[in-house]
Design a protein around this ligand. Structure first.
Ligand SMILES: *Cc1c(COP(=O)(O)O)cnc(C)c1O
Length: 465
């Protein structure tokens, strides 16, 4: 399978190179040249498969013969063996034809484990085959860093450096990263804010001369195609559990960078009968504004109770635009250029197509808290603030109660205890049993000045040889 850039000017690449490359040379994002599609008979034949077996069926056409069947199956098995629920992505019923898909059963309690457990193993596999070592570098405001570290901690050919803003992430989030003591894992507490962390990472990717000969930086943020690919699986898994291909299903997705819901859109194009796809946003609502009023303008970032969705610009929306523009790379270059200057708008024909594909809804913090309390009163089920946004957006936008609505639960409530106890006074969600000693473990991290030379020096002296 070959991959092409959304901006049409970078060379087409095979799967493994795309995984190592991240952003395309022309600034675009990689997408498969053609999408695999499955007919209803084939989908029906998957009804009895477990999560890993299904993952193989769905991911292997994207990879082709670059990875032999046994190796890919092993990579998948290994990636989901750390999940503490044997169903991997269990469905929980909230109401008649309303379901929560629990995507927080992985090691760091957020859905990012689905992609990053797999990506870590995949990178290590490709690098070993090529006899190479690489360096993962990333910035985090919370969830991504810990998921990336858990995904890479056992990788022989990867060293990982994660920058977080010093004293500006929650205790649970920091400890999930800093109590991982493997020698290839390095946490940098930067004396600056999240933007400073991100700028330093960007500058390092642009000039990698501080790395020894033969080493390169690898991106594990959601522009990496392998992350999207791994996320397509759970849409099929939930659909099959609820009767696909004989019955359609709708999904409501708490959305930030548009990676997760884009995977849902691909599942639909690949043959899953999806009725509605709901974009659920917090006050950082550019996607909701786009669909409801063709307003794609940048606004200042707001800090909300659902911090993993506090994103001003959803980078994966570019992949969606590429489809809405029928693969016209020149048009995407133009659009993204306009957007860089502040705003873009879509012609009516493209916008109406987007409206056919997606519904959207926006919640502010007070409505988010109300939903957490309401669902708890109805069922005693505890939602984290991100998942609550998904549930409410599903309730507000669904066209019929005859089709099951699956709300993606993207984080465990114990990751965001302040919001939960604000919504339900006296309620303090407990960490899962296997994490009960998180606050007794040793931590290791290094506080560094917000200076490129200092961070680069730290990285180059701490690489494994
Ligand atoms: C990352 C994240 C999201 C947003 O997912 P995108 O793929 O960026 O749209 C939502 N909820 C939680 C808990 C997350 O960590």
């Amino acid at each position: 399978m070959k991959y092409i850039s959304t901006r049409g000017q970078a060379p087409a690449l095979p799967f493994e190179d795309v995984v190592l490359t991240g952003l395309a040379a022309d600034g675009g994002l990689y997408l498969p040249q053609s999408l695999p599609a499955f007919d209803a008979r084939e989908i029906a034949s998957w009804a009895g498969l477990n999560y890993c077996e299904l993952a193989y069926k769905i991911m292997s056409p994207f990879i082709g013969d670059e990875i032999p069947q046994d190796d890919l199956q092993n990579l998948i098995e290994k990636s989901y063996s750390e999940f503490r629920h044997t169903a991997i992505a269990p469905l929980v019923q909230l109401d008649h034809n309303e379901w929560v898909l629990e995507l927080f059963q992985g090691p760091t309690l957020a859905f990012k484990d689905f992609a990053l457990q797999f990506l870590g193993n995949l990178l290590d596999y490709i690098l070993k085959k090529r006899n190479q070592h690489a360096v993962v570098m990333g910035a985090t405001s919370g969830d991504t860093g810990s998921a990336a570290i858990e995904g890479c901690r056992h990788c022989d050919n990867l060293d990982i450096f994660i920058l977080h803003p010093h004293q500006r992430v929650s205790d649970v989030q920091r400890r999930q990263m800093t109590t991982v003591l493997e020698e290839n894992v390095h946490n940098i507490a930067l004396q600056g804010n999240f933007d400073d962390c991100q700028n330093l990472v960007k500058a390092s990717f642009a000039d990698q001369s501080f790395l020894p000969e033969g080493r390169q930086l690898v991106a594990v943020n959601s522009i990496n195609w392998a992350r999207i690919m791994a996320q397509i699986v759970y849409y099929f898994y939930a659909g099959l559990a609820l009767g696909a291909p004989h019955r359609s299903v709708s999904f409501s997705v708490p959305t930030g960078n548009f990676g997760d819901i884009f995977a849902g859109y691909l599942a639909k194009r690949m043959g899953l009968a999806v009725d509605q796809l709901v974009i659920a946003t917090n006050a950082n609502d550019i996607l909701h504004r786009c669909l409801s009023g063709n307003d794609l303008s940048r606004r200042p970032l707001e800090h909300t109770l659902s911090p993993s969705m506090d994103i001003m610009v959803s980078s994966n929306f570019e992949r969606m635009l590429f489809d809405l523009y029928d693969g016209d790379g020149a048009a995407i270059r133009q659009l993204m250029g306009d957007f860089g200057k502040g705003a873009m708008s879509l012609p009516e024909t493209r916008l109406s197509r987007a409206r056919e594909l997606f519904s959207s809804y926006r919640l502010d913090d007070s409505e988010t808290l109300e939903v957490i309390a309401q669902v708890f009163n109805e069922t005693e089920y505890l939602l984290d603030p991100h998942s609550a946004i998904g549930v409410q957006a599903g309730r507000r936008t669904r066209r019929t109660s005859k089709i099951p609505m699956v709300c993606l639960a993207t984080a465990h409530p114990a990751k965001f205890p302040e919001a939960v106890s604000k919504a339900i006074p006296g309620c303090e969600p407990a960490l899962p049993y296997h994490m009960r000693d998180l606050f007794n473990k040793d931590e290791r991290y290094t506080v560094l000045a917000n200076e490129a030379a200092v961070v680069r020096g730290f990285i180059s002296t701490n690489l494994r040889t």
